[in-house]
Design a protein around this ligand. Structure first.
Ligand SMILES: [Zn+2]
Length: 145
């Protein structure tokens, strides 16, 4: 098959079939046949980079006037604040914990401040950090009777 030089040039430059069709005002079959003849694989349109779980988290929160963090995003049927990322649901509390501590939480993550439902990364704790805080309290006050 004879391939038009201008089509070949744009194919080799990495343009999509659609871009070439529009630029040269030619039929899409002409472009796809030329691509096959030249054995140039289809190019995928570039996608915007997927935002990270952390970026999605911050986009769905609002700082309160008393310096807590409220969740403005999705809630599950049971009222759990969270978001979908990578094909699964992530609780906002667990994401907040990972942001602050750089590791996956152990056990349940709870909000430890006075603001109900606060998702501030500095205000949430997992089982290990709660135990550490309790042990520190006991070390100072000798435990409660
Ligand atoms: Zn808080």
């Amino acid at each position: 098959m004879k391939v038009r030089a201008d089509v070949a040039e744009l194919l080799r430059a990495g343009l999509t079939n659609r871009a070439i069709e529009q630029q040269l005002h030619i039929d899409h079959r002409t472009v796809s046949k030329a691509r096959r003849a030249l054995r140039i694989p289809n190019c995928r349109p570039r996608r915007k980079a997927t935002p990270s779980l952390e970026e999605l988290f911050w986009q769905r929160t609002a700082r309160t006037s008393d310096d807590h963090l409220e969740w403005t995003g999705y809630r599950s049927d049971s009222g759990m604040p969270g978001l979908r990322h990578g094909g699964r649901f992530h609780s906002a509390y667990r994401v907040a914990f990972s942001i602050r501590h750089g590791r996956a939480p152990e056990g349940k993550v709870t909000s430890e401040c006075s603001h109900d439902g606060c998702v501030d990364p500095g205000h949430v704790a997992d089982r290990r950090t709660r135990k550490r805080d309790n042990d520190a309290f006991d070390a100072i006050f000798g435990g409660l009777p």
